[in-house]
Write a protein that binds this ligand. Structure first.
Ligand code: MN
Length: 324
């Protein structure tokens, strides 16, 4: 069975420099132990030594590539972000050209200048053949529900491409709840909370009422949203809201959001997503190099589902959404 995985990262010296600058500027504490992750830096840069052999070993036909964290969102200034996004996208297009049929790409976006980001998305899709964009969390503390960013949603809808919202660190002034417990910052918990909340902001602002054909992709089994659908609707209806939506929040979660299996999850978590969203809203992903293709495939294989559902998750949904 063909397998296309859609949240697979690569790293460049540009991204290492952005990470260094971001850490220096924000003072964000280091929570990841580099000793626990010795394979990540070399695997981010490599394609031939390890990546393609691991893909072949697990029957991965194609990886949809995107930049590693913190992405272009790690930069403060718009001019630098525009230049670097363009370079990263051109470099990524070069990788895709070098290995025909094995890779596709999501564009890096200079969201520091929303109009420039929309234009870069259009260039990446129409000239480089990319399949959508990836945005890594907030931009200098502003989230994608803000009206200044709606030009990006509008352009994505017009181009017919999805936007993948990838986890990022929260703002430094919001991490008090993790004081003394840095082990739950990052993949264990804070990234899911940050990204799930960001997605709810986008729903709450009415982005999907304004641009109903837009698709937002969330990794990591939907950043906790599938588990929370009924609770979110119930809470939403009993609180003051600034904007009256056409539908309930869970309707947008089911209609405008596609989730992916990136990261390490239990069979129960995938069963929950299948029940809540349906197989046609789930995309296969690993989160390479953090998760190997073998681990990504093992998750799908240990969950009871029909062959039709498996076909949708492994490749059918990706082919439809990304027009592969
Ligand atoms: Mn990732």
């Amino acid at each position: 069975m063909k397998k296309i995985c859609v949240e697979e990262h690569w790293g460049s010296p540009d991204m290492e420099e952005i990470r260094t600058q971001w850490r220096a500027r924000t003072g964000f504490p280091v929570s990841m132990d580099p000793k626990a992750l010795p394979l990540i830096p070399p695997r981010l840069r490599d394609f031939e030594q390890t990546r393609l052999p691991l893909m072949d070993e697990s029957g991965i036909t194609m990886q949809v590539l995107s930049t590693s964290s913190p992405g272009v969102q790690g930069l403060a200034d718009a001019a630098g972000a525009i230049a670097v996004a363009r370079k990263i996208n051109d470099d990524q297009a070069g990788i895709i050209r070098k290995y025909p049929g094995r890779f596709a790409g999501l564009a890096a976006m200079p969201t520091q200048d929303p109009k420039a980001a929309a234009d870069e998305l259009e260039r990446a899709v129409t000239q480089l053949g990319f399949k959508g964009a990836m945005i890594l969390g907030h931009t200098n503390g502003e989230y994608l529900d803000h009206e200044k960013f709606w030009i990006i949603w509008e352009r994505a809808e017009a181009l017919g491409v999805p936007i993948y919202l990838h986890p990022a660190e929260p703002l430094v002034d919001q991490i008090k709840i993790y004081d003394g417990r840095p082990e739950f910052m990052g993949p264990a918990w804070s990234w899911g909370v940050e990204t799930g909340t960001h997605a709810l902001r986008i729903i709450g602002a009415g982005v999907f009422d304004a641009f109903p054909k837009t698709t937002l992709i969330l990794g990591h089994m939907g950043e906790m949203l599938p588990y929370m659908t009924v609770r979110i609707d119930e809470g939403y209806e009993m609180t003051f809201h600034k904007k009256k939506l056409n539908k309930l929040p869970s309707d947008y979660i089911r209609e405008n959001i596609m989730i992916t299996t990136s990261g390490k999850y239990s069979a129960g978590a995938l069963l929950c997503a299948l029940r809540e969203l349906g197989a046609n809203h789930i995309l296969f992903a690993g989160d390479y190099p953090w998760v190997t293709p073998k681990e990504a495939v093992e998750l799908i294989e240990r969950v009871p589902m029909s062959e039709t559902e498996k076909e949708m998750i492994y490749h059918g949904n990706a082919e439809r959404l990304f027009k592969l």
